[in-house]
Design a protein around this ligand. Structure first.
Ligand code: FAD
Length: 665
């Protein structure tokens, strides 16, 4: 997987190995443990050379300041002669160091989660990991089709040499939900479109149903990024097709009340029936249907619980080709759909764009937008090939569409010095939280459609704000990171006991507060977000309580939140459930105290009337520079409160029309 490049001293390297072997140590089995359990307990992180993998990742992807932080953490541990201490002492030291400062806590957590990522994610030539048997995870259940069976059909422009210049009418930066739609609509309208995509071109033939390569190859920052203070983990797609390739296909129309709110922000007509044509066009092209929606075990549990307490719910509409939809493999679609039934932009709008004559450049990072006399003249980008060689690409284009997702779009504008004072502000994240029930019967939450039911019972529980109730699938390393780490043996045993039996219930909140994207000294985005807004905090606490009550209503023997300090209730304990609810209400919800995550980033280059408070006007065009348009979720004036793909695509569909109408395009 990661190639080892030395960035640590020998002592730091030895200490890192000892940290990994403390997080996942080899420990003796007890009487009564099965042979499978004995082997699992007997494996340490060093049996998988995990510290080398982590050092490889550090060398490849970590900015110098972050690397320096880890080096200091390891130096501090080395002062205790950490590598030569017994396991129990090392375990206690890791707890003490994590308690010593917020930075140390984040550092220890990051090393712990990376160790889990490799221990449960690395595979051999047969795509197997020996630890899966003990946690009863089958791993991939089918091989990808061959490249001949699943050919790549989107036209990719080959870029060669040290420098190259290409000309187009429109340069679309980012190929996800928004970028794909705009590329198709403009190319079909007769413009020549060039799409720049930072990720690679991967399709069914590359989708291995594996967590580790899935995250590293298809997600922004390898799925390992979060807000600066560790308050929230960030998941976004980064591959040709963007988030639409890895997402859960939940197609929800923009709610009427949100359309009214966005009209007040200056998106004229979005609250009128005429706007429905944009939503309808998108829903039709991505084949949104509930025809193929089926329920797996965790969703059946959720439905039973919602019925039990009397909350309305409905099957979701998914963007799927029902003729090839195969629920057996849908649980792996966080790493791409091997069957090709997911109607991502790869299968729809990007393909349309390509068929009409557009081209894409992959592995292509847009560095900045080029300007002359207050208007766009193109994009300067860097293309990086798999051998590490690079080309400086200049795209001469009078129209530039910024659609890099809500973390990277503001970064591109900030690097270019355009967009005005609101660039990066008003970031919305739909903070999400999980409460799991551990059931006696196997749930095997990796089987079946990854998302298939939704309840909006609490969508308006705080006035215009609230949360949706949904469910998700399961991945071993991500799940391992959510189990409180007391010591290495306890963690292994808990994962083995729970993984196949847990049903995750999910809350997705409409955020009232907001975060911000700023640039680090290297021009890369830094996300500032914390649970500082009182309404958002109340929603998160209430969501944890309500999800726990759902598990309780259907008799879950054990209920767990994702707090770092274990927060669990056992039905066979003496504790009344009401006391557990009180413990949830009184628990800490600060950075690194509970796992909160976002798969929906929005609003950081928002549309609006006021240039002081928004980046683009009501058409999607930048207030301060001609020829630059915002085409992705970052254009949202506020959070929609529903899974956003359809809202992004339909707003992009409208923006494409505005670009065609504009005199300057
Ligand atoms: C795991 C997961 C599950 C989800 N499930 C659902 C769901 O069920 N329903 C739903 O509605 N939504 C879902 N979403 C959210 C949805 O997929 C995203 O909100 C949506 O894809 C965002 O669209 P976008 O156009 O803003 O950006 P993206 O789709 O993220 O596309 C941005 C693209 O720009 C590229 N890029 C970034 N920077 C640069 C640069 N400088 N140069 C060139 N290229 C760049 C990125 O690599 C990326 O491919 C999910 C998201 C995730 C991660």
């Amino acid at each position: 997987m990661a190639v080892l490049t030395a960035v640590l001293s020998d002592t730091q390297r030895r200490t890192l190995q000892a940290v990994c072997d403390t997080v996942v140590p080899a420990v003796p089995a007890a009487d009564g443990d099965s042979d499978v359990m004995r082997d699992y307990l007997g494996r340490a992180a060093s049996d998988f050379a995990i510290s080398e993998q982590i050092e490889g990742l550090m060398a490849q992807a970590m900015p110098p300041e972050q690397l320096q932080g880890f080096a200091e953490l390891l130096d501090g541990l080395a002062q205790h002669d950490f590598a030569n201490l017994p396991l129990e002492v090392r375990t206690q030291i890791l707890h003490d160091v994590a308690a010593s400062s917020h930075e140390a806590r984040l550092g220890v957590m990051a090393l712990r989660n990376l160790t889990f990522l490799f221990f449960y994610g690395l595979v051999d030539e047969q795509a197997r990991n020996p630890n899966w048997e003990a946690i009863r995870y089958p791993g991939p259940i089918s091989a990808p089709p061959s490249p001949e069976e699943a050919p790549k059909t989107i036209t990719v422009l080959a870029v060669e040499g040290d420098e190259q210049t290409v000309t187009a009418d429109v340069c679309v930066v980012g190929s996800g939900a928004g970028g794909g739609v705009i590329a198709a609509e403009l190319q079909k309208a007769g413009k020549s479109v060039l799409v720049l995509e930072m990720g690679g071109y991967r399709n069914e033939a590359d989708f291995k149903q594996l967590e580790l390569p899935g995250l590293l190859e298809l997600y922004l920052g390898g799925g390992l990024i979060g807000s600066e203070d560790g308050s929230i983990s960030i998941f976004a797609g980064s591959t040709l097709g963007g988030g639409t390739v890895v997402n859960y296909m939940n197609c929800l129309r923009t709610p009427e009340r949100v359309r009214r709110e966005w009209a007040e922000h200056g998106i004229d007509g979005i609250d009128q029936p005429g706007y429905d044509r944009h939503i309808d066009a998108v829903m039709q092209r991505i084949s949104a249907t509930d025809e193929a929606t089926t329920q797996n075990r965790q969703h059946k549990k959720m439905i039973k619980a919602l019925d039990e307490v009397g909350f309305a719910h409905r099957a979701i509409v998914r963007n799927v080709d029902p003729s090839c939809d195969d629920p057996r493999v849908c649980g792996y679609c966080f790493a791409g759909c091997q069957k090709g039934c997911k109607q991502s932009t790869l299968k729809t709008f990007l393909q349309d764009a390509s068929d009409a004559g557009a081209a894409v450049v992959v592995g292509c990072h847009a560095d900045r937008i080029l300007l002359a006399d207050g208007r766009a003249t193109g994009v300067e980008a860097t293309v990086t090939r798999s051998d590490g060689s690079q080309t400086k690409l200049t795209v001469d284009a009078p129209t530039v569409v910024v659609a890099c997702g809500s973390i990277e779009s503001p970064a591109l504008l900030l690097r270019s010095g355009i967009g005005g004072p609101a660039v990066g502000k008003h970031l919305r994240l739909h903070p999400a939280s999980i409460v799991t029930g551990i059931y006696e019967e196997p749930i095997e939450a990796w089987i079946g459609q990854i998302q298939s039911e939704v309840s909006d019972h609490f969508a308006g529980c705080e006035g215009e704000f609230g949360f949706l109730i949904e469910s998700v699938g399961a991945m071993p390393a991500v799940h391992a990171a959510g189990i409180p780490w007391r010591d290495g043996e306890h963690h292994k045993r808990e994962l083995a006991r729970m993984f196949a039996h847990h049903a995750p219930f999910l809350s997705v909140a409409r955020d009232h507060g907001e975060g911000e994207v700023v640039l680090d000294p290297h021009g890369q985005p830094v996300v500032r977000w914390s649970l500082s807004d009182e309404a958002d905090r109340r929603l998160l606490v209430q969501a944890n309580v309500e999800l726990a009550k759902l598990h309780y209503a259907i008799g879950a023997p054990e209920i767990r939140t994702l707090h770092a300090e274990e927060l669990v209730w056992y039905r066979d304990s003496d504790e009344p459930f009401e006391e557990f609810v009180t413990r949830i209400e009184q628990a800490p919800y600060g950075p690194a105290e509970i796992t909160i995550f976002t798969a929906h980033q929005m609003g950081s280059c928002r549309m609006g009337r006021d240039p002081a408070d928004s980046v683009a006007d009501g058409r999607g065009a930048l207030h301060d520079v001609e020829g630059v348009w915002i085409g992705d979720a970052s254009a949202f004036p506020t959070a929609p409160g529903v899974n956003p793909m359809v809202s992004i695509m339909s707003l992009a569909h409208r923006t494409a029309g505005e670009i065609i109408l504009s005199r300057s395009s």
